[in-house]
Design a binder for this molecule. Structure first.
Ligand code: NAD
Length: 364
C-alpha cells in the first residue's frame, strides 16, 4: 500500500522523537511491502522563525493533502513572549481546526513492565489501568473569544466557553461507539453543578444513551473524576469530556501509567485522515540531549497505521516490538525504576538507542 504522511517534527525534542518514529515506519514498510512517502511540514516555533507564522497556509495545505499527519511537539521558551495568535501552540490549534479533527483519543494503559513506575500504590495498580479518554478537541474555551481589557482601572481577562448541541452530540457518539467496542462503560465528565455548557452536555449525553442500550452511561463531575483517576482508576473504561477538562484529565491519567513519554494519541474527524501525536510537549529541558522517550511517538505512528491506514497487523507488530524492548529491560531515563535493585536489572538507553532496539524487535 502507498500512503502519504505529512510529518511535523516541530520544536524541542520533536525532531528527535519523530526521527525514531520514521525509522520504525521505514522498517514496517520494508517488512510488509508498503511505501510511506513523507512530506516535512514546518509548524510551531520553527515555522515562526522561518515564516513569521506558526502555521502558514501552505503548510496547512500540505497536511490537508496527505493521508495522515504525524506530529512531534511544538513550543518553547523562545516564543513565549509572542502575541497569542502568533505562538507555537496556535499553529497546533489551527491545524486541528483546519483538519476538522474534533475527537482526541488518549489511551491510559499501564504496561506491566512499567508497573513500578506508576506513582500509585501497588494495590491500586494491581487492579489494572486500562481506559481511554475521548476529548472534544476543537470547541469549548480554547476556541472561544479571548480578550484582556482594562475595566474600572484594572486589567480584566475573559475567555468564552460555549458548546452547541451538535458539537456535543458528535463527540458523544464517539464516546458511545468507543465504549461499545470495549467494556461498554462510558463515563461522561462535566461540571453541571456550575456550568450551563455542562448542563447541555449532560442532557445530550442522556438523550444519546437511549440509542446505545448496550453501553452503561455514568455521569461524573470533573473534580470528582480527577480524584477517582488516582483513587480507583480500574473503574474507568471510556471517559468522554469537553476540551479543557480532557486536556487536564488526560495529563493526570498519563502520569498514573508511569510516564508522559509513553502515551500516544489520535485525533479524528469525519474522514480517515487523522492527526497522530504523543501527548507530551516539546520538553525543552531535555531537548538535544538524546534522552527523550520516543515510545509515545512510535505508538502514535502505530495508531496511525491502525486507524487511518487500516493496517492493524502492522500496528500490532510495532506494539509488540515496544513490549519486547521493555521486556529486555531497555528504559529511557523517564521510565527507569527509582528502586536501585530493580534499576540494576534494566539498561538505560537514549532516544536513538530505544528506537534501534524497537526496530530490532520488529517482526511479522
Ligand atoms: P512537556 O510535556 O513538554 O514536559 C513536561 C515534563 O515531561 C518535562 O520534565 C519533560 O522533560 C518531560 N517529558 C515530556 N516528554 C517527554 C519524553 N518524551 N521523554 C522524557 N521526558 C519527557 O510539558 P511542558 O514542559 O509543560 O511544555 C513544554 C513546551 O511544550 C511548552 O512550550 C508547551 O506549550 C508545549 N506543549 C506542546 C504540546 C504539543 O505540541 N502537543 C503539548 C503540551 C505542551
Amino acid at each position: 500500500m502507498n500512503k502519504h504522511i505529512a510529518v511535523i517534527p516541530g520544536d524541542g525534542i520533536g525532531p528527535e522523537i519523530i526521527k525514531q518514529a520514521l525509522a520504525v515506519l521505514d522498517a514496517v514498510a520494508a517488512i510488509y511491502g508498503h511505501s510511506f512517502c513523507c512530506t516535512e511540514v514546518d509548524m510551531g516555533g520553527c515555522a515562526i522563525d522561518a515564516w513569521g507564522d506558526p502555521l502558514p497556509q501552505e503548510m496547512l495545505d500540505k497536511c490537508l493533502a496527505a493521508d495522515s499527519v504525524l506530529l512531534g511537539a511544538v513550543g518553547g521558551e523562545k516564543w513565549n513572549h509572542m502575541p497569542s495568535d502568533k505562538r507555537p501552540e496556535k499553529g497546533l490549534l489551527r491545524l486541528r481546526a483546519g483538519m476538522g479533527v474534533y475527537s482526541n483519543n488518549r489511551p491510559a494503559k499501564i504496561w506491566p513492565q512499567l508497573a513500578s513506575a506508576s506513582p500509585l500504590k501497588k494495590s491500586i495498580v494491581d487492579k489494572g489501568i486500562d481506559f481511554i479518554i475521548v476529548r472534544e478537541l476543537i470547541g469549548g474555551i480554547y476556541f472561544g473569544d479571548h480578550k484582556t481589557e482594562v475595566a474600572d482601572g484594572q486589567k480584566k481577562a475573559t475567555d468564552i466557553l460555549s458548546y452547541t448541541e451538535a458539537e456535543i452530540e458528535r463527540i458523544g457518539r464517539i464516546g458511545f461507539e468507543t465504549a461499545r467496542k470495549r467494556r461498554g462503560l462510558l463515563c461522561s465528565v462535566e461540571k453541571s453543578n456550575v456550568l450551563d455548557s455542562s448542563r447541555l452536555w449532560k442532557s445530550v449525553m442522556h438523550r444519546l444513551a437511549a440509542e446505545y442500550p448496550d453501553v452503561t452511561l455514568v455521569d461524573m463531575l470533573v473534580d470528582n473524576c480527577a480524584m477517582q483517576i488516582v483513587k480507583n482508576p480500574a473503574q474507568f473504561d471510556v471517559i468522554v469530556t469537553e476540551n479543557m477538562f480532557g486536556d487536564i484529565l488526560s495529563d493526570e491519567a498519563s502520569m498514573i501509567t508511569g510516564s508522559i513519554g509513553m502515551i500516544p494519541s489520535s485525533s479524528l474527524g469525519a474522514t480517515d485522515c487523522g492527526l497522530y501525536e504523543p501527548i507530551h510537549g516539546s520538553a525543552p529541558d531535555i531537548a538535544g540531549t538524546d534522552t527523550a522517550n520516543p515510545i509515545g511517538t512510535i505508538l502514535s505512528a502505530a495508531m496511525m497505521l491502525r486507524y487511518s491506514f487500516n493496517m492493524a497487523e502492522e500496528a500490532e507488530a510495532i506494539e509488540n516490538a515496544v513490549s519486547a524492548a521493555l521486556d529486555e529491560g531497555y528504559r529511557t531515563a523517564d521510565i527507569m525504576p527509582s528502586d536501585e535493585q530493580e534499576a540494576a536489572t534494566c539498561k538505560k538507553v537514549g532516544c536513538s538507542e530505544m528506537g534501534r532496539q524497537i526496530i530490532n524487535k520488529l517482526k511479522r
